[in-house]
Design a protein around this ligand. Structure first.
Ligand SMILES: [Zn+2]
Length: 140
């Protein structure tokens, strides 16, 4: 059995290079308005200053991941990794429960219970460093 010398043809299979689709950042429709980035014209003016990192950072989408508890996230203001500071505030659900309890006859103090129970309140998430208000978690 003679071995085939160099005659082995490797079938060439052309794989189409899959270009990674550019991530689409939601620049519109977010709940926060970011200042427009400065026009990229620093090459002529900024000569004496140290290089400034003008990497356009995508807007941080913070809505949707919050609950009523402190949540680890990135502060949109100071861009640090933080765990949000939660402040509980009276929201629609608190007042709705209070008024509905009042209507069913619990007028002697019971109707105020929802005003003091945390799980019925809205939660304000803010940055513990810069006190930037990040998100308000609404029950209703
Ligand atoms: Zn911050």
């Amino acid at each position: 059995m003679a071995s085939e010398k160099g005659c082995v043809e490797i079938p060439m299979v052309m794989y189409e290079p899959q270009e990674p689709s550019a991530p689409e950042y939601c620049s519109q429709g977010g709940s926060y308005e970011y200042p427009a980035p400065p026009p990229y014209s620093y090459r002529e003016t900024a000569t004496a200053e140290p290089p400034v990192y003008l990497v356009s950072q995508p807007p941080i989408i913070v809505a949707g991941i919050f609950s009523s508890r402190p949540t680890p996230t990135i502060c949109p203001s100071c861009r640090q990794h933080i765990t949000t500071q939660v402040t509980y505030r009276l929201g629609k659900l608190s007042y709705l429960l209070c008024s509905s309890l009042c209507m069913v006859g619990c007028c002697f103090g019971c109707c105020f219970i929802p005003l003091f129970v945390r799980i019925f309140k809205d939660a304000d998430h803010s940055c513990p460093y810069c006190q930037f208000h990040i998100y308000r978690y609404k029950r209703l």
